[in-house]
Design a protein around this ligand. Structure first.
Ligand code: FAD
Length: 295
């Protein structure tokens, strides 16, 4: 087990591996999540993260699950936190809950408006408007290592890719130590983001987010919502077999594994798997990469 700080591990040559979960809707979903977490813990991830939901009960689950990971597992949890429908005081309170539970890493996000990623942002009257303000608040409270979001194809609201990269560099300047990307399908989109951010003078480690295509309709919808385009070369591989679910899954895992190889070869600091609370696809990709000595 590696006791160095997250930043030290991200700055190391050896790629980190991390897993992302989401807060389940009900107790059955939570049971499944704990099974998944137990199956992935032996891979000794550098960190695991839990996304922050849109509503009260799912938010409580996020904090509770993240706290329990800190208390009952050997893994380092990163708690996501957003600005959606919360006052500055409420946001500070969640940071305090994380701190009290021993969760010292947070992913500071604006969050998507209740109408979804494509809807207009709705500011809370006593709240904050941009993730950078949450980075600053976490540092005011103190004791946190803070990460932020990054967008290989640009955030949907950003006027252009350079402005998008400038925002990430600003967040790094405000004290964000690392970034994790939105899902994407082409390694070149990731490397071009890294180049743009370096051109802005920031050396913040940017961890690529990996989501294998296991269910074509689901990933296509998530990609569209997040502003990531499903490239023609990926569509050409999946569409002809779209009705054959096992074939889609196998192809999706092969494509994601190749993406991981390309990312590591190009110097990505780690791989962050969006697991959707299931372990098997992530394990298959991880085993393949480990067999090749890449992770
Ligand atoms: P911001 O950094 O605030 O940026 C939002 C927009 O404002 C961008 O267009 C940006 O260019 C612009 N902007 C930012 N700062 C400035 C400024 N100072 N001046 C002018 N323009 C500015 N959502 C959830 O609800 N829960 C989650 O758990 C969650 N986890 C995520 C994890 C990852 C790895 C990623 C990549 C995204 C995640 N999201 C999550 C989605 C995210 O909240 C949305 O993509 C959201 O729309 C943008 O969040 P942000 O933190 O990048 O916002």
């Amino acid at each position: 087990h590696d006791d160095r700080s997250l930043l030290e591990q991200l700055r190391d040559q050896r790629p980190t591996v991390s897993f992302e979960f989401f807060p389940p809707k009900d107790d059955d979903g939570e049971q499944l999540l704990w099974t998944t977490i137990a199956e992935l813990e032996p891979y000794d991830p550098t960190f695991v993260s839990v996304t922050y939901g849109a509503g009260g009960s799912s938010r409580e689950r996020t904090v509770r699950i993240t706290a329990r990971i800190a208390e009952q597992t050997s893994m380092r949890p990163v708690g996501h936190l957003t600005l959606v429908r919360q006052s500055r005081e409420e946001i500070a309170e969640v940071l305090q809950q994380y701190a009290d539970a021993g969760v010292s890493h947070v992913l500071a996000l604006r969050g998507d408006p209740p109408g979804g990623p494509r809807a207009d942002w709705e500011p809370h009257p006593g709240g904050m408007d941009y993730a950078i303000e949450l980075v600053e608040l976490a540092h005011e409270i103190g004791g946190f290592s803070v990460g932020v979001a990054a967008f290989p194809e640009g955030h949907p609201d950003a006027p252009d890719l350079d402005e998008d990269a400038r925002v990430l560099a600003l967040k790094a300047g405000a004290g964000a130590e690392f970034a994790i990307t939105q899902l994407f399908f082409r390694a070149s989109d990731y490397f071009e983001l890294v180049d743009r951010v370096r051109a802005q003078g920031s050396d913040i480690p940017i961890v690529p987010g990996i989501m294998p295509i296991l269910n074509f309709a689901q990933v296509a919808r998530m990609a569209e919502l997040s502003g990531a385009a499903m490239p023609a070369e990926v569509l050409a591989q999946i569409e002809p077999i779209a009705d054959d679910k096992p074939a889609v899954r196998a192809r999706g895992i092969a494509l994601a594994t190749q993406l991981c190889r390309d990312l590591i070869a190009g110097g990505a600091p780690g791989l962050h798997f969006m697991t959707l609370n299931r372990s098997s696809a992530t394990r298959e990709i991880f085993e393949a990469l480990r067999g090749e000595g890449l992770v």
